[in-house]
Design a protein around this ligand. Structure first.
Ligand code: ADQ
Length: 752
C-alpha cells in the first residue's frame, strides 16, 4: 500500500492541476522583480534567455492554465523600443504572457541596488553594519514599486489573483490595495524576516510594514520568520495579531508558513535520464577517483559564508594532513549584484583566499579547492551534486536555501551527507542533516570530518527521509498551497463607506436642531504616550466654542477619562455637554459640577480587590501605571516594551475575568490599557440621555475611534444618526474616516 511517505503519492501533476483549477476562476498575475527570462545581447540582436529555477518551473503550468501572466523587469538597458521588447519577450514565452514593468529610465539600477539590496537585504540577513540608506534610494524604491503597480493595473481587471514575490516589492500590496478592494493579493517573502529587535533598525520600517499589510495573505519560509513579523507589527505599529491572522483596514489578513520546495524531477531526473549529465558524471568520477568530494553552490553573496568555508577547509587540511590529496572542495559561485561595493570586495577577497590556500597546499596531482566563479548548467549541476559525498551548505543567514534540497534530489541512493547551517530556513525542515553554527569554524571543521567518516548506513538513514520530504513538499505543492490559501482569503468584510463630507454638510445645513457627540482621545486629539499630554489644540477649542455658540446645536464630548481632566481642558467652553468615565459622569451646561447619570449608583467594592492586583502588574512592567477614576481602575501599558506589555495584558485580563466573576464589573482591553469598570457604564447610556435632553433633533452625529464608542454608535444608529468610526477596525458605525485629521476638516467645514 502506498503511504504518504511515498514520493509518488503527491505527483507534481496532481498538485499542478489543483492549483490550475483554483486559478481558473480568476486570472493569476505573478509579480517579481525579475521575469523568468532575461533579455540579453547575442551579437547585434537581443534575445530572451529563459532562467532555470523552481519558481519558473512551478508557475509555468498554472499560468498557462489560467490565462495568466508574469510581470517583472526583463533586464534590458532601456534602449529597446517597447514594441520590439514585447515581441522578443513573447518569442521566449512558455505559453503565457510576460509583461515588462516599465521602470523610469535610469531608475532600474537604483531601484534594485539601492534600498532593496543595500538596506533591506543586509539588515534582514542580520548584517546591520553593511546597511546603507539614502533618501534617494528610498525614493527609487518607492517609484519602482509604483511602476510595478502601474504595470499590474494595466493588465488586471481588479478581480484577479495577484501573487507578489519578495523584498523588492514590499510596498506593492498596499499600492494595489488602494486601487482595488476585490483583487486577492498574496505576498511571499523569500528571505528571512529578522527579529523585531533587528527589524526596528530599518529606516522606513513603518512604511514597509504598512506596504505589506495591503496583502490578503503574507507567507514566510519558517514559523520563526512569521513570529518575527508579528512581533515587529506590534512593536513598530502597535498592531496585535493572532498566530495566523490579523485584522486591519476592515480586512482579515492571513499569515502562513510555506517553505518553498524545488521541482525534484527538473534536476534529479537528469541523473537517470540526461545523457549530458551522465557523460559529465562519468568524467568527474574518473577525474576524482579515490577522493571524497564536497560541493558548495552559492550566489557570490556575503550572506552565504563562503570565506568562512575557505578558512575552515584550510584549518582542516592543516590540522589533518592525512586528508591532503584525499578530499576536494568544489565551490561553484555565480557572481551577483556586481554594482555594489560589498560584492566586489567579496569577489576580490575570495580570489585572494582561494589562491593562497591552493598555492600553499596544492600538489602536482591535487588542488584542494576547485573554484568556479561562474554559473554552471543544470546538467553540470546535477552531475556535481550526484558526485559529491558531502554538500557543504553553510550560509551565515539564508531565507531557505534551495541547494540543500537540490542535493537531496540528486542522491537517489541516499549515499551523501548534508552539512547545513542552522541559520538557513531549510534547517527547520531538514533536521536529519548535520546542523552547524557557521560562525563556529572549529565546529564546522569537526562536523565535516565526521561527515567524511560517516558510514553508508548512517548517510542513508539521514538523507533518505529528507529526500522523501523534498520530493513530497515540492514546489508544485508549495504553489498549490499558496494559491489555495489565497483563494480562500481576501473576502472583504462589509466595510462602512467612507464619510461623504458634502452629504454630511448638506444635512447639517438643512437642520434647525442638531446633536453632535464626539469622543475625545483618538478622535478630537491624537493618542499620546502619556494620557496627561493630550491637551486640546487652540484650533480645536476655537472650533468647539463656535459650534456650541450656535443655538441650534447640542454639542457633547464623551470620554473614558476622569471628570477632572475634562474640566481642566474643556470645562470653560460655554454650552458644551461633557461625559466622563464612559458617560457615567455628566456635566450639563449651566449647572455647576458633575453628577452621575440618573439612577446609576454603582457598587464599587471590587476596587479594593483589584487595586493590589494592578499594583503587582505595575511592579512587573516598568513604565506602566494605574489611573484611578471614580468608577473605574485602569492599567496603562503604552510605555512598556510592546511584546511584553501585550503578553502581560492578556495575563491580566484572564486573571481579572476570574476575580470579577461575581461582581458587575468587567475588564476591557482598550488601546494599550486594561480598564475595569461597571459593565452598564457605557457611552450608549450617555447617548440615550443626551438624545432625550436634546429634544427632536433633525440631525445627529456621533464620532469615535475605539471599542468603547460602539455602544454609542448602536444607540445613535437607532435614532437615524450619522455615525462615524475613525480607523480601520470593524465597527457598528455607518461611515468611516481613515484618519482623525479628517475631523479637523469636518469641524472647520461645519463652521463655514
Ligand atoms: P538565493 O539567495 O538565490 O535565493 P538559493 O536558495 O540557494 O539562494 O537558490 C540559489 C539557486 O541558484 C539554486 O537553485 C542554485 O542551484 C542556483 N545556483 C546558485 N549558484 C549557481 C551556480 N554557480 N550555477 C548554477 N546555479 C547556481 C533566495 C533566498 C533563498 C531562498 C530562495 C528561494 O535568498 O534563501 O531559498 O530565494 O526562496
Amino acid at each position: 500500500m502506498a503511504t504518504f511517505a511515498d514520493p509518488k503519492i503527491v505527483p507534481a501533476e496532481t498538485a499542478r492541476s489543483a492549483a490550475r483549477e483554483a486559478a481558473q476562476q480568476h486570472k493569476l498575475i505573478v509579480v517579481s522583480n525579475r521575469l523568468p527570462v532575461t533579455l540579453a545581447h547575442e551579437g547585434e540582436n537581443w534575445i530572451a534567455k529563459p532562467s532555470s529555477g523552481g519558481l519558473a518551473t512551478a508557475m509555468g503550468p498554472i499560468l498557462k492554465g489560467s490565462g495568466g501572466l508574469w510581470i517583472g523587469w526583463p533586464g534590458d538597458d532601456g534602449t529597446l523600443d517597447p514594441a520590439e521588447r514585447d515581441r522578443i519577450l513573447h518569442s521566449g514565452s512558455e505559453g503565457y504572457r510576460y509583461v515588462a514593468a516599465e521602470l523610469e529610465p535610469g531608475k532600474a539600477q537604483a531601484f534594485y541596488e539601492g534600498y532593496a539590496n543595500q538596506t533591506v537585504w543586509p539588515l534582514f540577513h542580520y548584517f546591520p553594519t553593511r546597511m546603507n540608506f539614502t533618501v534617494e534610494s528610498w525614493d527609487a524604491y518607492k517609484s519602482g514599486n509604483h511602476a510595478f503597480c502601474r504595470a499590474v493595473s494595466r493588465v488586471s481587471n481588479g478581480e484577479d489573483l495577484i501573487w507578489i514575490h519578495d523584498y523588492h516589492l514590499m510596498l506593492l500590496p498596499d499600492c494595489l490595495r488602494e486601487q482595488t478592494r476585490n483583487a486577492k493579493i498574496g505576498f511571499f517573502l523569500h528571505i528571512p524576516f529578522p527579529s523585531s529587535e533587528v527589524f526596528a533598525m530599518l529606516p522606513k520600517r513603518e512604511a514597509v510594514l504598512k506596504g505589506l499589510l495591503g496583502a490578503d495573505l503574507i507567507a514566510f519560509h519558517t514559523h520563526l520568520y512569521l513570529q518575527h513579523f508579528r512581533a515587529s507589527l506590534l512593536r513598530v505599529l502597535g498592531i496585535e495579531s493572532q498566530i495566523d491572522s490579523l485584522e486591519y483596514d476592515g480586512r482579515t489578513i492571513h499569515l502562513e508558513v510555506l517553505p518553498i520546495g524545488i521541482a525534484p524531477e527538473e534536476l534529479g531526473g537528469l541523473i537517470d535520464h540526461g545523457p549530458e549529465t551522465a557523460k559529465y558524471l562519468q568524467e568527474l568520477r574518473q577525474r576524482y577517483k579515490g577522493q571524497q568530494i564536497m560541493i558548495a553552490v552559492d550566489r557570490l553573496d556575503y550572506t552565504k559564508g563562503i570565506p568562512n568555508r575557505m578558512r575552515t577547509i584550510r584549518r582542516l587540511l592543516t590540522q589533518h594532513t592525512e586528508l591532503r590529496e584525499k578530499i576536494v572542495l568544489i565551490q561553484v559561485a555565480v557572481p551577483s549584484r556586481e554594482g555594489i561595493g560589498d560584492y566586489q570586495a567579496l569577489r576580490s577577497e575570495l580570489n585572494e583566499t582561494v589562491g593562497e590556500i591552493n598555492g600553499e597546499l596544492a600538489t602536482p596531482h591535487w588542488t584542494p579547492i576547485v573554484y568556479l566563479r561562474q554559473g554552471v548548467s543544470r546538467q553540470e549541476l546535477a552531475a556535481l551534486y550526484s558526485l559529491a559525498d558531502i554538500a557543504w551548505v553553510t550560509p551565515l543567514r539564508d531565507g531557505l536555501n534551495l541547494v540543500a534540497k537540490e542535493y537531496c534530489a540528486c542522491k537517489p541512493d541516499g549515499n551523501g551527507v548534508l552539512v547545513l547551517s542552522e541559520f538557513a530556513g531549510a534547517a527547520a525542515e531538514m533536521g536529519e542533516a548535520l546542523l552547524v553554527n557557521p560562525y563556529n569554524e572549529d565546529n564546522v571543521a569537526e562536523t565535516i570530518l565526521r561527515a567524511l567518516k560517516m558510514d553508508t548506513a548512517e548517510r542513508q538513514a539521514r538523507l533518505i527521509p529528507m529526500r522523501e520530504r523534498v520530493t513530497r513538499n515540492n514546489v508544485f505543492v508549495w504553489a498549490n498551497r499558496f494559491l489555495e490559501k489565497l483563494m480562500a482569503s481576501g473576502q472583504p468584510r462589509e466595510v462602512a463607506p467612507a464619510l461623504n463630507f458634502t452629504e454630511l454638510q448638506k444635512a447639517y445645513d438643512r437642520a434647525t436642531r442638531r446633536i453632535l457627540i464626539f469622543d475625545y482621545d483618538g478622535t478630537l486629539v491624537p493618542i499620546a504616550d502619556d494620557p496627561t499630554w493630550t491637551r486640546p489644540s487652540d484650533e480645536l477649542l476655537r472650533n468647539l466654542s463656535r459650534l456650541t455658540s450656535d443655538p441650534a446645536n447640542v454639542v457633547a464630548v464623551v470620554t473614558g477619562r476622569r471628570a477632572r481632566d475634562m474640566d481642566v481642558w474643556l470645562g470653560h467652553i460655554n454650552n458644551l455637554y461633557l461625559g466622563a468615565e464612559h458617560g457615567l459622569m455628566v456635566h450639563t451646561p449651566g449647572e455647576p459640577g458633575w453628577h452621575t447619570l440618573k439612577g446609576m449608583n454603582p457598587d464599587l467594592q471590587w476596587k479594593d480587590k483589584i487595586r493590589p492586583v494592578l499594583q503587582h502588574f505595575v511592579d512587573r512592567a516598568p513604565g506602566s501605571f494605574i489611573e484611578e477614576k471614580q468608577f473605574s481602575l485602569v492599567w496603562h501599558y503604552r510605555r512598556v516594551e510592546a511584546e511584553f506589555g501585550s503578553w502581560l495584558a492578556r495575563e491580566l485580563l484572564a486573571l481579572l475575568e476570574n476575580l470579577l466573576a461575581d461582581t458587575d464589573a468587567r475588564p476591557l482591553h482598550g488601546k494599550k490599557i486594561v480598564e475595569v469598570k461597571s459593565s452598564w457604564a457605557n457611552k450608549g447610556q450617555f447617548a440615550s440621555w443626551l438624545l432625550d435632553r436634546g429634544g427632536r433633533a433633525e440631525f445627529a452625529l456621533g464620532i469615535g475611534d475605539d471599542a468603547t464608542d460602539e455602544d454609542m454608535f448602536a444607540r445613535l444608529n437607532e435614532a437615524g444618526a450619522f455615525t462615524v468610526h475613525v480607523g480601520h477596525s470593524q465597527s457598528n458605525a455607518h461611515f468611516r474616516l481613515h484618519h482623525r485629521v479628517g475631523i479637523d476638516k469636518l469641524l472647520a467645514d461645519f463652521l463655514q
